[in-house]
Design a binder for this molecule. Structure first.
Ligand code: HEM
Length: 129
């Protein structure tokens, strides 16, 4: 009985700890994501400029996946919660931009592009030395 309780407690503690497992900051992985993001942002703007929204949606998904992957590692310093919040807000803005494409709402698409750029600025002012 006591042993059962011990095992239950251990399993409960492991379950609690599991979501907090993430890798240390990797400069090379982060820089790879950032350089890809710069490229995607240029390509997304160009695709929107020539009204190729299908192309823009695919690139927005790539952009989102890169920043989602950053939440699997700790930041180069500072708050992990802030790192997750800023990256997650950027990812959410990219998804909303794809939604705006689905709705044919170019004003909303532009607003979400502005939100992505705002998260870029906030991420850099908070975490980039
Ligand atoms: C559209 C969004 C973004 C773009 C285009 C972008 C672009 C870049 C670029 C070009 C670099 C320099 C990479 C190099 O050394 O060659 C960089 C660095 C960096 N960015 Fe971003 N970024 C974006 C969003 C973010 C966000 C949301 C965060 C944090 C929440 C962030 C944090 C950083 C950090 C910490 C570095 C320094 C990496 C290092 O040298 O350790 N960036 N970014």
């Amino acid at each position: 009985m006591k042993r059962g309780l011990l095992i239950l407690t251990a399993v409960a503690l492991l379950a609690l700890a599991a979501p907090q497992v993430f890798a240390d900051y990797s400069r090379s992985d982060a820089v790879t994501v950032m350089r890809a993001s710069r490229q995607y942002m240029q390509e997304i703007s160009a695709a929107i400029g020539k009204q190729d929204f299908h192309e823009a949606a695919g690139l927005l998904m790539e952009l989102a996946q890169g920043h989602q992957s950053l939440t699997q590692m700790s930041p180069p310093g500072g708050s992990k919660a802030e790192w997750d919040r800023i990256n997650s807000e950027m990812v959410a803005a990219a998804y909303r931009a794809i939604g705006a494409i689905g709705q044919g709402d170019t004003a909303k698409l532009q607003a979400e592009m502005g939100r992505i750029s705002a998260m870029n600025r906030e991420g850099h002012s908070t975490f980039r030395n």
